[in-house]
Write a protein that binds this ligand. Structure first.
Ligand code: ADP
Ligand code: MG
Length: 702
């Protein structure tokens, strides 16, 4: 039959309805086009056979030929494993299987020749290969293999039905060599010429069946270029549309309120970074365009203050402002901080959260409509339609991750003209990620901490060293300081178990720090709000020495007298979370400590995370490592935070240069042709529309 890119995958030779269903469900491959765009995740050099004696640490995947001289099964239940000693004339390595043991056992036998393929790692001074590919080796069958063989990701379910990497490889072969169809170019000719890119049909051939490493690289480059280019073009087009269409409120003056605050209330000098950022924001808010700006700054760099000063400028120009925080605790905290900083200045600040009483709400709503309230601080609650402002001019969204574009858009409905929007994030984001996630926003960075902060000393202890930790805690309490002890709460489904960890931890701490000499409070997400607040307040007021908590304290708690952060099971936290938690201490003038407690056994990744925490306090550096660790194609964390598309081949951690390059290319095109109306750019619009349809639904990101 005549096939094209949108032909159902079911009709490809070797597929059929059953397998098609699996491919659809497991890999999201619906059509022939989807299969073509299902790229290999690695290539294997099948031209070289290694000798066992040649194995050194850090080799990529290798091939060996030899015999199995011993097969053992050990352990029971989840600890069950199958090990085999594999040997050639130069030495021995161990092969290990943790899963699929039955199948392997049935299919391998002693003393026949095998071709083994896998990654050798050093373990207890010996090399072993976990879950190798293994097939019987028959010299007569040894077809000369292309030197690069593509390998494809599959899932457990697929493997169980024998739909493994080899199967996908065969499907690609069928597609490439037995099926005739046209592949239409997706980039305009002028780009292909100008940047010497491989054409799409050639690139799709080389990506699956590379002739050599140069052509493989060229094809990868072409496909990554395309992918990143369209992401950037889409974002930048949105931005230019916004700038051309959306009128912004013009904040002409810096007036009385700002100046009085600056002269009479500001308890310290602004840092140079804060000054620079306030200038950037002022410029944006004065030029008649609507501002959409991302403010990045490490925990404690003084973002809230920047936001407050911008709100005072809004007020000086007759506008209202608002801060939206992701949690009630944080909203309360902002309210306290801001009202305290403002002191007796005539600024009316309101607080609106889920627990604001009905009667208070009514008053609030009225004051907002009449314009009496100048600043409204709150949670998502203030996005509700019933909350209407007289003239909202400036909005700060704190901790952006949890806010989708759709929610931002909701703010715009509150007025004829949308307010200026400042998105603040305390989780520093690597440049490439920022360009991709917030490519439609302008970016400001506070890259400097207020003076006099002492870096937080971070130590990693295994559970056996608990007494040392208790010693440190005792000594700090003696000096009048306070301490956090945090337990992980990873998944909803683990709630009860985590709570038990927390209860046990609390008990062991109260044994080591008995009442009445010491006061310890507990805070966790499942407590009644009143109880939670009571405990938090005890701690905030310095009446409790220790707070045992889950990550509810991750954002926003500000107790400068707390100098020790103990993080239990630290290996279970992600890097950015660890960094956030650590940011809860080191807020006063005293030296602070962060203690990472973990078990002795650590995965490579969790070890790297803990080492990074010990090595640096720099949030941007930590964010880079985080991105490297999670690696290409595994950006789950960012997907949750709203990466609105899937990257199939480009990697935000590895392709940062290309990303900056294509962003430049996209900018140049839009400078010349902002609406993409030139005929040479017709194809760009078409592709953007297609991409738009495939986008993750923004409103589902929370
Ligand atoms: P962020 O929101 O960036 O985490 P905050 O705005 O909460 O940081 O500021 C952290 C602490 O530092 C607050 O106690 C704040 O009052 C203080 N602070 C902010 N700017 C300065 C500055 N320029 N000099 C000294 N302290 C500052
Ligand atoms: Mg903050």
């Amino acid at each position: 039959m005549r096939v094209n890119l949108s032909t159902d995958i079911m009709y490809l030779g070797g597929v059929g309805p059953k397998k098609a269903e699996l491919l659809r469900k497991e890999l999201n491959i619906h059509t022939i086009g989807d299969l073509l765009r299902y790229y290999p995740y690695k290539y294997v050099d099948r031209s070289k056979i290694y000798k066992i004696s040649e194995i050194v640490d850090d080799l990529p995947y290798i091939q060996l030929i030899g015999k199995l001289i011993r097969i053992d099964q050990t352990g029971v239940g989840p600890k069950k494993r199958l090990t085999a000693i594999f040997s050639d004339e130069t030495g021995m390595v161990e092969l290990v299987w943790f899963k699929g043991i039955k199948w392997v056992e049935k299919n391998i036998k002693l003393n026949s020749n095998y071709l083994v393929f896998g990654k050798a790692t050093l373990f207890n001074g010996r090399f072993n290969i976990a879950h190798p590919e293994i097939e019987e080796y028959k010299p007569e069958n040894d077809k000369t293999k292309s030197s690069f063989e593509a390998a494809y990701n599959t899932t457990e379910k697929l493997k169980n039905s024998y739909l493994n990497s080899k199967y996908i490889h065969r499907l690609q072969q069928t597609l490439a060599f037995q099926t005739q169809f046209d592949i239409e170019e997706t980039l305009p000719a002028h780009l292909i010429d100008r940047y010497k890119l491989m054409t799409l049909p050639e690139a799709l051939k080389q990506i699956h069946f590379p002739d050599n490493s140069t052509l493989l690289q060229k094809s990868q480059n072409r496909l990554k270029f395309e992918e990143l280019f369209y992401v950037q073009l889409g974002l930048l087009k949105q931005r230019s549309l916004r700038l051309s269409k959306q009128n912004g409120h013009v904040f002409k003056v810096v007036g009385d309120m700002f100046n009085r605050f600056y002269r009479e209330k500001l308890p310290f000098e602004l840092t140079d970074a804060q000054k620079r950022v306030i200038k950037e924001i002022r410029r944006d808010m004065g030029n008649g365009k609507q501002m959409n700006r991302l403010l990045q700054g490490d925990v404690g760099s003084g973002k809230t203050l920047v936001s407050l000063m911008c709100m005072l400028i809004a007020m000086d120009n007759g506008y209202q402002s608002s801060i939206i925080a992701p949690t009630e605790i944080l909203a309360n905290q902002h309210y306290l901080t801001i009202t305290k900083l403002l002191g007796d200045l005539p600024v009316k600040v309101g607080l609106l959260t889920g627990s604001t009483k009905k009667s208070e709400r009514k008053v609030l709503h009225n004051d907002l409509l009449s314009g009496t309230t100048n600043i409204l601080i709150g949670t998502h609650a203030l996005l509700e339609d019933i909350v209407q402002f007289k003239n909202l001019g400036f909005v700060t969204i704190d901790e952006q991750q949890r806010f989708g574009v759709a929610q931002r858009a909701k703010l715009w409905d509150k007025n004829d003209n949308p307010p200026h929007v400042l998105v603040m994030t305390a989780t520093p984001i690597p440049r490439t990620l920022a360009m991709t996630l917030y490519g439609d926003l302008d970016v400001s960075v506070i890259d400097q901490l207020p003076p006099g902060r002492k870096p937080i000393k971070t130590i990693h202890f295994t559970d056996a060293k608990r007494n040392l930790v208790f010693g440190l805690m005792r000594e700090q309490i003696k000096q009048g300081r306070q301490i956090y002890v945090v337990y992980p709460l990873i998944k909803e489904s683990e709630k009860m178990e985590n709570l038990k960890d927390l209860q046990d931890g609390y008990e062991s701490i109260t044994r080591a720090f008995p009442q009445p000499e010491y006061v310890t409070v507990v805070v966790h997400g499942q407590m009644k709000p009143d109880d939670k607040e009571f405990s938090m307040n005890l701690f905030a007021k310095g009446k409790a020495h220790i707070m045992v908590a889950t990550t509810v304290i991750e954002v926003g708690v500000n107790v400068p007298n707390a100098t020790v952060m103990v993080i239990e099971s630290a290996e279970r936290f992600g890097l950015s979370q660890l960094h956030q938690l650590r940011g809860r201490v080191g807020r006063g003038a005293d030296e602070s400590h962060c203690v990472l407690m973990s078990s002795v056994k650590l995965t490579h990744e969790s070890r790297k995370r803990l080492e990074t925490m010990v090595a640096t306090n720099d949030g941007f550096q930590i964010a880079e490592v985080d991105l490297q660790l999670r690696g290409p194609g595994d950006l789950e964390g960012t997907q949750q935070s709203g990466l609105p598309f899937e990257l199939k081949i480009a990697s935000l951690s590895k392709d940062s240069q290309l990303l900056q390059y294509v962003r430049q290319v996209a900018m140049e095109i839009l400078d010349e042709d902002p609406q993409l109306v030139l005929s040479q750019n017709a194809i760009l619009n078409l592709q953007l529309e297609k991409a738009e349809k495939q986008k993750v639904n923004f409103s589902q990101i929370s």
